[in-house]
Design a protein around this ligand. Structure first.
Ligand code: NAP
Ligand code: ZN
Length: 366
């Protein structure tokens, strides 16, 4: 049996906010605009949203304190601002961090639950309406029912998923991604690639998404290097935004696997970006999984007209090495257990052992 479910309305293309302002009105009266420190302004997206809200005569409140790998504390602050100002929908502008934080705020803005209850979707079925305006091409959160939040107190990064947090509308305008620095472009592009591959790795893989995977991987291969070298190349930026969107649609079905959970501690402990924390392990993960999903991966390479070795050579050009980090025995003992306990371990194409995870860390992080 096959099934495809992605209820977000995606409006894709240059000028999509200006041309679809009327759609915003249907979501509410007063939005909380959730952003990071500067990307919403630098990208031009905040100006476009404010112009649209002024056209609709809507008041708004801006909460611009979301940091990379958004924290539970910032989500709590956002909830307070949302409630105190009686905001009835959220507009998230930025990369995955502000969009994921806004999803969590939307849950807390609608439900009278404790802060950490967001991690258990049994506590809620609804959220405030959400508009997502991505300024990176990576996470695909504009088309997923997921949010990833870091609990600093417990030193843990964890995701949650609920159909309630699929954005109602995602405005995907590739011009907003032109201001991304080269490293952010690279790391987010690798994250998108990771999602696409995980659509095949996961034992929840969904055949209906395979055309998106093949097309998405090809788009990344053909455009990521250009987007890095020529930041204002709109064709390459649009192609990357499309690939990231496909990646989101794909993991909405397959979820992610060890390829993602192995990177989370590298982000929380060493501060490595989300995309790079996937990239460090990308080749090793494919090698580990390959014998168990040979048919799926052979079909992928046939469809993208590339061999596995050519793909590895292409990947090598990005130099996705771990920055200098001191791997300690404490890291190994604590974090391997954490990874083993993560929900997406159940989705690997075979039962990966504690020893194999330990080996991956020892081999790839010096
Ligand atoms: P991000 O953490 O949102 O942003 C990374 C950096 O890039 C920030 O410094 C940000 O600046 C900057 N930036 C973003 N857009 C820019 C632009 N157009 N111009 C200039 N600078 C820009 O990066 P991300 O990789 O998109 O998101 C990562 C987060 O998403 C992680 O927490 C990850 O776990 C999560 N994630 C979620 C899903 C999901 O389905 N929900 C899937 C995968 C990953 P500002 O600080 O000023 O914004
Ligand atoms: Zn990711």
């Amino acid at each position: 049996m096959n099934s495809f479910f992605m209820p977000s309305r995606v409006i894709f293309g240059q000028g999509c906010i200006q041309e679809n302002t009327r759609l915003i009105r249907k979501l509410g009266r007063k939005p909380l605009i959730v952003t990071g420190k500067s990307s919403a302004k630098k990208s031009g997206a905040l100006d476009d949203i404010i112009a649209a809200l002024e056209e609709l005569n809507q008041e708004y409140v801006i909460f611009d304190k979301i940091v990379e790998n958004p924290t539970l504390d910032s989500v709590a602050e956002g909830r307070a601002i949302c409630k105190n100002n009686r905001c009835d929908y959220v507009i998230a502008i930025g990369g995955g961090s502000p969009i994921d934080a806004a999803k969590a705020i939307a849950v807390l803005g609608k439900n009278n639950i404790r802060l950490r209850d967001i991690f258990d979707p049994n506590f809620y079925d609804v959220a405030l309406p959400i508009i997502a305006v991505p300024t990176t091409s990576g996470t695909g959160t504009e088309a997923t029912p997921y949010s990833v939040i870091t609990d600093v107190e417990r030193s843990k990064k964890a995701g949650f998923g609920s159909p309630a947090i699929f954005p109602n509308i995602s405005f995907c305008d590739p011009t907003y991604t032109c201001s991304m620095p080269a490293k952010v472009t690279r790391d987010t592009g690798i994250d998108a690639l990771s999602h696409l591959l995980e659509g095949l790795y996961s034992n929840k893989r969904e055949k209906l998404t395979y055309p998106l995977i093949y097309k998405g991987v090809r788009l990344v291969i053909d455009n990521l290097k250009t987007a890095i070298k020529e930041p204002n190349n709109l064709k390459a930026r649009a192609a990357m935004m499309q690939a990231a969107l496909y990646g989101g649609m794909v993991i909405s079905h397959s979820s992610t696997t060890l390829q993602h959970s192995i990177g989370y501690p590298v982000t929380t402990v060493f501060g490595v970006s989300h995309g790079l924390s996937n990239g460090i392990f990308m080749k090793a993960m494919m090698e580990l999984y390959y014998p168990h999903i040979k048919r799926e991966l052979d079909d992928l390479f046939e469809n993208i007209k590339m061999t596995k070795l050519e793909f590895y050579a292409w990947l090598d050009d990005f130099k996705l090495d771990a920055p200098e980090m001191e791997m300690t025995e404490e890291f190994i003992s604590k974090r391997v257990k954490e990874v083993m306990g993560s929900r997406n371990m159940a989705l690997n194409p075979f039962e990966v052992s504690q020893k194999q995870i330990e080996q991956l860390y020892r081999d790839l992080i010096k």
